[in-house]
Design a protein around this ligand. Sequence first.
Ligand code: PMP
Ligand code: GLN
Length: 390
Amino acid sequence: MKSRIHPVYAEMERTVFDRMSALAREHGAINLGQGFPDGPPPPALIEAAARALQEKSSQYPPGAGLAELREAICAYYARRQGLALAPEQVTVTSGATEALAAAVSALVQPGDEVILFQPAYDAYAPTVRRAGGVPVSIPLSPPHFRYTAEALAAAITPATRLLMFNDPLNPAGTVASHAELETIARACVEHDLVAVCDEVWEDVRFDGVAHRSLAAVPGMAERTVKIGSAGKIFGLTGWKIGWMIAQGELATALQRAHQFLTYATAVPLQWAVAEGLALPDAVLADQRAEWNAARERLRNGLAAAGFVVLPNAATWFLNVDLGASGISLCDSEFSERAVAEAGVATVPVSALYQGEAAPRHLVRFCFTKPAEVLDEAVFRLARFRERLLG
Ligand code: PMP
Ligand code: GLN
């Protein structure tokens, strides 16, 4: 008998992030798993949200988002990335996760092949499968996670329609070079592919380099869906305000998909994000400086405790190489045991790969936590490592 449940959901597990956060609660562990900052968000945004609740309408905003927010998003990208965007191209969504779902349901038809680089945010593959698409993986290799023309050429077939590209890359914390962006753009133009660009980490960079969007590479603007999230820019993951930007018929299709996913998203928070995006760059710079100090603290602490940490230029995450740190457990075993025995939750990087290509020696740590929390986590992890090494 045919199952009542769609096979994508019948076979799906709870996400690694939710699972590790639940285990952290169960064991009273320090949660360096799911990515979120513990520190307070910029006060101006909290004040703006409170003011919006008091003073503005709480009824449905326009489905595509408040005009003020769509304008603020365009002004923000003009200022920070030199992009010339129009508000009609922007759809405000309930986080980047909704934008990804809307883009895939608008653009993927049954049988279409969709290139997914691995590791990837774990929503990509099931969302593509639910739309009838066929995920085609290009595994990226640690520690540099580089994109090559050869790997793209080997993966693209006449059935390829779409490519999903996350830059900066979670969980790696790496950033694509200009040459890599051009390689990807050439493949998209040559094979007439649309690129869904998940750029949620665009403003969480520590290399001092301004983010360059794939949409800014010549030939790409008309074939790109650029996705962003206030959750990452301001460290407000629970607000779930995101957006997607595209031109012409792509933008229209995205808006149609969005209207029957959620129609609209929390209006007081839209007002607040509009104000936030217009704040002086110094506000974001201060927040980034705090995150960078936390990054240095965890990196140095882990290194002093004998853990080998991979290079990282962006995101809230550092990755440890277990094998190089003298630990013979695979990443999932390490994460399961560390939360229970050391009281520190982490994310096994293999959970963000599909299938066999997964490296089994990398564990991700979220560093956007207060200094004393990071110090205690390092202390616990150091003891745990010593016990494992016997
Ligand atoms: N894409 C990537 C690469 C992410 O890391 C995340 C969140 N960690 C998202 C999308 C989802 O963003 P949001 O919370 O805005 O839905
Ligand atoms: N992608 C986030 C992370 O890397 C988590 C998102 C979620 O839990 N939905 O931690």
